[in-house]
Design a protein around this ligand. Structure first.
Ligand SMILES: [Ca+2]
Ligand SMILES: [Ca+2]
Length: 504
């Protein structure tokens, strides 16, 4: 954070404040139609295994698909960080992790002097007269005590989460510490006892009782298909119990990825492909993830049905997003923390006033674009301190070109640049990858050494973040740092050397 950047930001905020005051006065005196409501739906660890996105041919998500038909779906949308806390912080502030230094699961950005007073997306809506409500997982972790929480949203519903769970792990001990979250499978229970069912029910109640004279910003954050992925038999029955359900993987796919690519997920509780295969868990994991995705889809459907029944569909902007992707065997791993499409590509769907029906946009889009897009759709005062760019032109006409690619960063110095056709990755040690998604949608063949692609590589390098700050104070969990001079990487406080075997 440079002094100059802070100064410019302060000027911009003051200017925005004046503009807002002027507009508020104007609104009080005219009778413009009231602003649309916002229904803001987050799904944790939801990759592109959604019918409308085509990431998995068997994925059954009829309710989300219907939302996509009613609105516009971004087929090339990517998170700014492949991990909960940095991705959500980026989305809610419209700032890149490389600007805030939030790369790990902590800190909470409000604990940092630079960002403690930053106006987050729901706060900007509150400042425009909206009633703001939240339940489930929107920010990563709670916002602190009641006083701090009231600063973020007016009304707090249930926190959701796993809900009912088995007394002990279903799949037995997993490698790298037997983390209790690393579990999945068929578990008999009632859907009603799940955290996600309960937050959907709460959201439905809020829609039914929404005051008519005040617009709302209602945030609903689903936990599944984040692990542990428990579901009842009926959800598993949607998917074949044979190997046709498995994603296509290439054996030895990592032979042409740089060693540094392993450092981004060096030692984690999420098992490798080798382990899930050897322990007969691959198909069970894939089916569990899909079953939980379909379960969440049903909860989304319940909320959308309530929106319709309350007569609010025509005056409510719905945005649905996932915070990052998830591997289920591709590139030899399960879990997040990668810069490939499986780790970065997410659902991003808008519907409602100002959004074309049936739009399918293949232009690169970023989750931090949501903030300025909602400002546009709801005619709020614009802000000059956001790093996102409004998607309103694409919501009007999906084929409208975007100049900027989607950029994902995972710890300082590691960036993925996704254009309409290509993915370019550069790691902190300067190693690189290049994929032609048109010819190679699974990113199996790293083309970076091919001289004929020099121009493409140069064009993508141009988009590497110019601001690329080190981790913020008190950063922890899934943190990687690298010192070029000594060629020393440090993963979660431990030095990783070139000669260390890759952990399994
Ligand atoms: Ca997540
Ligand atoms: Ca490969």
């Amino acid at each position: 954070m440079t002094r100059q950047f802070l100064f410019v930001t302060t000027i911009a905020l003051v200017a925005a404040g004046h503009a807002f005051a002027a507009e508020t006065r104007q609104n009080a005196s005219d009778d413009k139609p009231s602003r649309p409501n916002v229904l803001f739906i987050a799904i944790d660890d939801q990759n592109d295994w959604i019918g409308a996105l085509g990431g998995h041919p068997l994925a059954k998500t009829p309710h989300i698909d219907r939302l996509a038909q009613r609105g516009t779906v971004f087929l090339n949308a990517h998170c700014q960080a492949p991990l909960c806390n940095p991705s959500r912080t980026s989305l809610l502030l419209s700032l890149r992790p490389t600007t805030t230094g939030i790369y790990g699961l902590s800190p909470w950005f409000r604990t940092l002097d630079d960002w403690k007073d930053r106006v987050a997306l729901p706060q900007h809506f509150k400042a425009h007269g909206y009633r703001t409500l939240t339940s489930g997982k929107i920010y990563h972790g709670g916002a602190g005590g009641p006083k701090q929480r009231a600063e973020e949203f007016d009304v707090w519903g249930p926190s959701g989460g796993i809900g009912i769970k088995p007394e002990k792990k279903l799949i037995g001990p997993t490698p790298m510490g037997n983390n209790p979250l690393m579990d999945w499978g068929v578990f008999p229970h009632k859907d009603e006892d799940k955290g996600d069912y309960q937050i959907a029910s709460w959201a439905i109640e809020q829609l039914k009782s929404a005051p008519k004279d005040q617009p709302f910003f209602l945030a609903t954050g689903f936990f599944l298909p984040h692990v542990p992925c428990y579901a009842t038999q009926k959800w598993f029955d949607l998917y074949p119990d044979n190997d046709s359900v498995l994603p296509l993987v290439k054996e030895n796919d990592r032979d042409d990825t740089p060693r540094f690519s392993w450092y981004l997920h060096w030692n984690l509780p999420e098992p490798r492909l080798k382990w899930v295969r050897e322990n007969n868990q691959w198909r069970n994991l894939v089916r569990s993830y899909l079953a939980c995705t379909s379960f969440v889809d049903e909860q989304v459907g319940r909320v959308l049905a309530a929106l319709e029944e309350a007569g609010l569909s025509d005056n409510t902007v719905v945005v649905l997003w996932g915070d990052h992707g998830w591997h289920l065997g591709e590139k030899g791993i399960t879990g997040k923390n990668t810069l490939w499409d499986r780790g970065t590509r997410v659902p991003l769907i808008f519907a409602g006033p100002g959004v074309s029906r049936g739009g399918r946009c293949t232009q690169p889009a970023e989750l931090l674009d949501i903030y300025p897009t909602l400002i546009d759709l709801c005619r709020l005062t614009s802000r000059s301190d956001l790093e996102g760019i409004s998607l309103a032109p694409q919501l009007h006409a999906a084929s409208t070109q975007r100049e900027r690619p989607a950029i994902t960063s995972h710890n300082q110095g590691n960036h993925g640049i996704r254009s309409e056709r290509w993915r370019y990755i550069r790691y902190a040690d300067d190693s690189e990858e290049l994929y032609d998604l048109q010819a190679d949608p699974r990113e199996w063949t790293n083309l970076v050494a091919k001289p004929e692609h020099a121009a493409v590589i140069a064009e993508h390098r141009r988009w590497l973040p110019k601001i690329d700050v080190p981790p913020a104070a008190n950063s922890a969990h899934r943190l990687l740092t690298y010192d070029k001079q000594s060629d020393e990487a440090v993963w979660e406080g431990k030095v990783v050397r070139r000669s260390n075997p890759i952990p399994e």
